[in-house]
Design a binder for this molecule. Structure first.
Ligand code: SF4
Length: 356
């Protein structure tokens, strides 16, 4: 659920009303209880929409259901996503005492004009208040920012970076603004109300933020993710390394072995199907060996682990050219994208896929 729709968001979420929320929670618990998985669970991630709108009581019920349905490892990472103005200190402390040990806060920018353009419900001052509260209660937390916003220049981005770095957050995610169809931002773009920065400007902002964060000892462990030593997000890393994950709720996606499946992206349909059958799976794909190898390449190249070099043993001339252009590093075992390579990761992935 979200309080209102951000202008750039194409995730499935819906505006909350009490009746739908209660029915959703009942369905969610039933879906969790109806799902089996034998392996111990290393991370739980409460995300999508704004889970910090839920009450601590709701969160407790969800965590209890998960603890009954699955074997949760001691010390598992348990994260919740939150947005400014949707919580206070009391709520945060309640989340913490329920076992949530990591919080991901969407602040996006510390410039009010950029926040308005993004359709965010909060101001820069609200974001600073939120970071203050989160950093008091959680040792392990992440701040999300967006770059490449229309009218954003290097000084605008620097203002946001300076503001968040005063807190030395353990983890930062920095996403390039995208103009997805069916979003308000896309409509503004088509109707000429906004002009996005050009590719060279966006690339410059990305390289700049990589430089600033690396200088501040952040490990650039995935295209959009930076962490202080030991604070990488286990949940996300599992996703990029193609570990199993199970998603619950409308539009949730899962991967178990070579089976990818997703739930229906409609809350009423979701509730109805789960009530009737315990499941709301709409689509299932059985991956072939080739699909799996392609996914490993696409996801692995996003991370600082890179991909297995031996797969490309006969392609040294291509790898040499990419390295000379400053797009990859290679060591005897792995191929890893540089920040410059991450800017054109899709083209490099296509190039390497053709050689598999
Ligand atoms: S708060 Fe997050 S999920 Fe909700 S509309 Fe904004 S970007 Fe989308």
């Amino acid at each position: 659920f979200c309080i209102s729709r951000c202008s750039y968001c194409d995730f499935y979420s819906t505006l909350s009303d009490d009746e739908t929320r209660d029915a959703f929670l009942r369905a969610l618990l039933k879906e969790i209880q109806s799902t089996g998985y034998g392996e111990p669970i290393d991370s739980i991630y409460l995300g999508g929409g704004t889970p910090s709108l839920l009450s601590p009581g709701d969160i407790e019920v969800i965590l209890d259901a998960l603890a009954h349905a699955f074997k949760i490892k001691d010390g598992a990472e348990i994260s919740i996503e939150a947005n400014p103005v949707t919580f206070d200190r009391v709520k945060l402390r309640a989340f913490r005492s329920q076992g949530i040990n990591r919080l991901s806060l969407g602040i996006q920018s510390l410039n009010d004009s950029e926040l308005r353009l993004l359709g965010r419900i909060h101001t820069a001052e609200d974001a600073i208040d939120a970071i203050n509260m989160v950093s008091e209660v959680f040792d392990n937390y992440s701040l999300d920012i967006i770059y490449g916003i229309p009218c954003q220049d290097k000084s605008g981005l620097d203002h946001t970076l300076r503001g968040i770095l005063t807190f030395s957050p353990p983890h930062i995610s920095a996403y390039e603004l995208e103009y997805h169809e069916n979003t308000l931002l896309h409509k503004d773009l088509i109707q000429g109300r906004i002009t996005p920065p050009g590719d060279p400007d966006v690339s410059g902002l990305y390289i700049h933020l990589c430089d600033v964060l690396t200088e501040r000892n952040y490990v650039h462990y995935e295209i959009s993710n930076f962490s202080l030593e030991g604070f990488h997000c286990r949940h996300n890393l599992n996703y990029w390394l193609r570990g199993d994950y199970i998603g619950f709720g409308p539009s949730a996606h899962s991967l178990i072995g070579d089976r990818r499946y997703s739930n229906i992206a409609d809350i009423k349909e979701y509730i109805d199907r789960v009530e009737r059958t315990g499941s709301a799976v709409e689509k299932t794909i059985l991956l072939t060996e080739r699909d799996r190898i392609e996914e490993e390449l696409m996801l692995g190249l996003r991370t600082s682990r890179g991909v297995d070099r031996t797969r490309f043993a006969s392609d040294e001339p291509v790898l040499g050219a990419l390295e000379r252009d400053g797009l990859i590093h290679k060591n005897p075992e792995r191929i890893i994208l540089t920040p410059k390579g991450m800017l054109v990761s899709n083209a490099i992935i296509v190039e390497l896929l053709e050689r598999l």
